[in-house]
Design a protein around this ligand. Structure first.
Ligand code: ZN
Length: 424
């Protein structure tokens, strides 16, 4: 054992929060620390460094040590582990993935009472960037690593720490490929975003796209020699609101468990043009939609793309014979670029993942949430996933982020219960 390593939950939270892993810095310092801690415990470790030197994923494996045999003294415990952590429809899917990200949102422009990278305890709370979202969860799991390593385990336990959850979730997408390459097939994923240790079974998808409209600049007095990009951007904006967003609201589906029961969205930003007397050559439209998890986001994107294709054709058709800018005339058109398409999570409060979390001491809830997480990606990869972690999402991204100290204790109890269940 390396004596200089933090070992208790609190020491590990302090150590992780002290590392700046905000989006621009990347997550590697936190991955380095977690790797050393799990390695010191003797766990099997797989580290995946990205080409971008800021980013890495860490996968920790505590393999099953026993086959569950009926009649053994530990039959009851093994039965519970099997019931909770083996997929009855595909028994090759077994075990539990403790999943989280170790990047954080930036602190720039925020006014903090204390230094965000100096964990500070005050009035039963621990302040610091990432205390709630979500370094505490993985720190507590890491503190229990020696006990997971020593236990006899009837099902495997995996821990994964990812990069860039806060911007793209690409770290989680890579993790799915990496788990596959290691032939790791957990039945259940426990994604530790802050839910105050409630087992949140579902969230909407979160999708952002950028549409670009390329016209031809001209002095507005010579209108026929230009092509107005904003006009087409406006047509598209009207289409998106009327035929996608209004349609979501009017024709459903609806689920009253969400804070807003239907799928929502809008064009939330438009950039275009440069002077009131100039035909605009360029307009950019940024749009977003958050759909109920049952909605196929690819189908929605295809509908949007189809309209963009129609507008593209109409713009090319409208190029004047004598354009004011012949070079621009050659690149006239409309295009669509997805910025981030993040799957929704479509579990139920009585589904396998929420049931497992509640069995470990999480609070059962019917509530579904509108913030996105990595859980939808894991569900899409074949696991049953639930969002359950210490701390409150309300504190997650603002200044003076904190976690209540009793949430740390509750999360430790949750993992201790997991340890007991998997120990056959
Ligand atoms: Zn988060």
């Amino acid at each position: 054992m390396n004596d200089s390593l933090p070992t208790t939950p609190r020491e590990l939270i302090d150590a992780l929060v002290s590392l700046d892993t905000t989006s621009a810095a990347g997550n590697r310092p936190a991955i380095d620390l977690l790797e050393r801690v799990f390695d010191a415990a003797g766990a099997e470790i797989h580290r995946f460094d990205e080409d971008d030197p800021r980013n890495a994923n860490l996968v920790v494996v505590f393999p099953a040590t026993t086959e569950q045999a009926s009649g053994s003294a530990s039959e009851a415990a093994a039965d519970e582990a099997t019931r909770l952590f083996v997929d009855p429809e595909d028994p090759s899917r077994r075990g539990v993935l403790i999943a989280g990200h170790v990047d954080c949102v930036p602190v720039t422009g925020q006014s903090w009472t204390t230094d965000p990278f100096t964990p500070t305890e005050r009035d039963g709370r621990l302040y610091g960037r990432g205390t709630a979202d979500m370094k505490s969860y993985l720190a507590i799991a890491a503190a229990l690593a020696p006990r997971f390593q020593e236990a006899t385990r009837s099902v495997p336990v995996y821990v994964a720490a990812t990069w860039e959850e806060e911007t793209s979730c690409d770290g989680a997408r890579r993790l799915v490929e990496q788990l596959e390459s290691l032939d790791i097939r957990p039945a259940i994923a426990l994604v530790g975003e802050p839910t105050s240790m409630r087992a949140v079974p579902a969230h909407k998808s979160m999708n952002s796209l950028r549409a670009e409209f390329r016209g031809i600049a001209a002095h507005s007095s010579l209108l026929p020699r230009g092509l107005n990009a904003i006009r087409y951007a406006a047509e598209f904006t009207a289409f998106f609101h009327r035929e996608v967003i209004d349609d979501f609201r009017e024709n459903g589906p609806r689920d009253e468990a969400f804070p807003v029961a239907w799928s929502t969205g809008g064009v939330n930003r438009i950039d275009g043009g440069n002077a009131v007397n100039t035909v605009p050559a360029l307009a950019e439209v940024f749009l977003e939609f958050r759909a109920l998890p049952e909605i196929d986001i690819r189908e929605v994107v295809d509908r949007i793309q189809h309209r963009i294709d129609e507008i593209d054709a109409a713009m090319r058709e409208a190029v004047p014979d004598d354009p004011a800018d012949p070079a621009a005339a050659r690149s006239v058109g409309a295009s669509l670029e997805p910025l981030n398409l993040l799957y929704g999570l479509d579990g139920s409060p009585d589904g396998p993942a929420a049931t497992a979390a509640v069995a470990l001491g999480a609070e059962r809830t019917e509530d579904k949430v509108t913030y996105g997480t990595e859980a939808g990606i894991y569900e899409h990869a074949g696991m049953q996933a639930v969002v359950v972690g210490p701390g409150d999402i309300a504190q997650a991204h603002g200044p003076d982020e904190f976690i209540d100290l009793d949430q740390i204790d509750r999360c430790e109890e949750f993992f201790t219960r997991l340890l007991a269940v998997v120990s056959a």
